[in-house]
Design a protein around this ligand. Sequence first.
Ligand SMILES: O=C(CO)[C@H](O)[C@H](O)COP(=O)(O)O
Length: 291
Amino acid sequence: MELGLVGLGKMGGNMRERIRRAGHTVLGYDRNPDLADVHSLEELVGKLSGPRVIWVMVPAGEATQTTIDRLAELLEPGDVVVDGGNSRWTDDERHAEELAAKGIGFVDCGVSGGVWGLENGYALMYGGDTENVAKVQPVFDALKPEGDFGSVHAGKVGAGHFAKMVHNGIEYAMMQAYAEGWELLEKVDSVTDVREVFRSWQEGTVIRSWLLDLAVNALDEDEHLDELRGYAQDSGEGRWTVEAAIDNAVPLPAITASLFARFASRQEDSPQMKMIAALRNQFGGHAVEKK
Ligand SMILES: O=C(CO)[C@H](O)[C@H](O)COP(=O)(O)O
């Protein structure tokens, strides 16, 4: 089939290649002309024959909104837009309604696989009407990993991004657990080769996983992570997971703590710990450290 792909960055560029390897025709548009096959969304839409499927793979928020707004003007009834970015699931219904007003279908798709997806395939979680999903199915089949799993029609519009958001929340907590265990192992004198402990865990243990394999890769590159600052950003999905938990009164202590640990990583000093030190000093005369 033919696919229009908008956004050819780290994810989109490799996805174009994987879909092409499966024998499909992909026309890619990116603001960077060095990456693009066509030079505008107008040209992209004009060169595809209907019913068109356009996969949007740009940053969540304003970039995705602007792209969908423009596609709503350019596409025709029967065409389908897929949002494959890490959009907040609450945006999906709005996008579906905006496009449905023009007779254009909408599917939201959470995509996991990172820079390894070209070779390993991408795990896909999608939401939308069966009729719209069917139009995109050959692309899902091209992108997904080989094997029985790795792809799911999770439910109605929004379900794909909701499932991906929860996946990323779990990712936060798993990474935090490996990171905490690694720090404790590094702290004690009795363990003399932490990297080899991590490596040994890759087979036979209860905690073996791809994230563990990646941790070993990172330690092979920089055994004690001396070259890095302990500073971690976040792109929003951890926050949205915690917000959804609050809305639904579902306790998520591990995921919430892993999000807050990232916030703590961005502070040079801890204002709240200054207050705790001050209070201990006030009520008990406990020693404080001064700058
Ligand atoms: O989707 C992903 C992996 O599954 C992204 O890499 C992830 O969104 C990164 O999130 P954050 O910046 O919040 O750590």
